[in-house]
Ligand binder design. Structure first.
Ligand SMILES: [Zn+2]
Length: 262
C-alpha cells in the first residue's frame, strides 16, 4: 500500500444520507439534480477514491477535504464529495508526501529539531487528524504509526491523533504569541525546543487517560511497537523511540525514566 497516499488502496462506504456531489470547478457548490434538489451518492454505496483536494476555510488550519469518488470497481466516476460522508470520516488517511524543498533551510518547514539542535530534513506526510484537520508525520515514522493503528483496530481500539510534526516556523509563531501575552496564549517552547519538532511525537486521542480503551491499549501494546510516553501529565503524548521503548518494556513500564502523573 502507498502509505503516503493511503486512500488509493481502500474502499469507503457512504454513510451520510445527504452525500452531495460537488461542482468540480468550485467544490463549495453542489451539483443540482435534473429533477430538482441535489445530485447525491446513495447512502450505503461502496466507493473508491482516486483523488483529493484540500480547501481551506476561514482560519488557515481549518480545511475541508474533498474526494473524487469512483464506483467500487473503479470504472465510473461518481464525482467530488466531502470525505466526511464516509464511515470513519477519512480520519488517518494520508494525503501525499511533502519532500524537503531543494536547498531547504535548517529553519524551514521540513526541518526536524530536538533540544535546540537541527537534526535533519524530513519528508512529511499529510494525514487527517481526529478533528478532520491536516496534521503532518515524518515519513520515517509512518510504518510504525500505521502498524500501531492497525494492531489497535484488530483489538477493536481506535487510534487517531490531534497533532504530529510541528515545523520550526509554526513553533516560532506560537512562541511569538506566547511571548506577547502569556495569559492569553498557550505556553509554547522556544523554536527548536518543542518535542513536536523532532518528527517522532504523536498526540493521540486518549480522553481521560487511564480507563480510556485507547490509552489502556497503548500502555499494554505500544511499547513492543516502539512507542512510549515521555511527558509528565500528558497521557496523550507518545513518541516513537524504539530503543527507549525497549528499555522501558524491559523495566516493566510504559514511560520514559522519570515521567510521572499527578
Ligand atoms: Zn504532545
Amino acid at each position: 500500500m502507498d502509505r503516503a497516499r493511503s486512500y488509493t488502496s481502500m474502499t469507503f462506504t457512504v454513510t451520510d444520507p445527504d452525500a452531495r456531489i460537488r461542482n468540480p470547478d468550485k467544490l463549495t457548490e453542489f451539483v443540482k439534480a435534473p429533477g430538482g434538489g441535489f445530485t447525491k451518492i446513495p447512502q450505503g454505496t461502496v466507493v473508491r477514491v482516486d483523488d483529493h483536494r484540500v480547501v481551506a476555510t476561514g482560519s488557515s488550519k481549518k480545511v475541508i477535504v474533498f474526494v473524487r469518488a469512483l464506483s467500487e470497481d473503479g470504472a465510473t466516476v461518481l464525482g467530488w464529495t466531502s470525505g466526511r460522508n464516509f464511515k470513519g470520516e477519512f480520519i488517518n488517511e494520508t494525503l501525499g508526501a511533502i519532500p524537503p524543498p531543494s536547498g531547504a533551510s535548517k529553519k524551514g518547514p521540513n526541518a526536524a529539531w530536538a533540544g535546540g539542535k537541527f537534526l535533519k530534513q524530513v519528508t512529511l506526510v499529510a494525514i487527517l487528524d481526529a478533528g478532520y484537520e491536516l496534521a503532518y508525520l515524518s515519513m520515517d515514522t509512518i510504518e510504525a504509526y500505521f502498524g500501531l493503528v492497525e494492531a489497535a483496530a484488530g483489538a477493536g481500539v481506535t487510534i487517531k491523533i490531534n497533532s504530529g510534526f510541528r515545523s520550526y516556523p509554526e513553533q516560532e509563531a506560537l512562541r511569538k504569541l506566547y511571548d506577547k501575552d502569556p495569559n492569553k496564549y498557550a505556553k509554547a517552547a522556544k523554536a527548536g525546543y518543542s518535542n513536536h519538532q523532532s518528527g517522532v511525537a504523536f498526540d493521540i486521542v486518549v480522553a481521560g487517560g487511564a480507563g480510556n480503551p485507547t490509552y489502556d491499549w497503548l500502555c499494554a501494546n505500544a511499547l513492543a511497537r516502539g512507542f512510549l510516553r515521555t511527558v509528565n501529565n500528558e497521557p496523550w503524548h507518545w513518541e516513537y523511540k524504539p530503543d527507549k521503548a525497549a528499555a522501558a518494556l524491559a523495566q516493566g513500564t510504559f514511560k520514559a525514566p522519570g515521567v510521572v502523573d499527578g
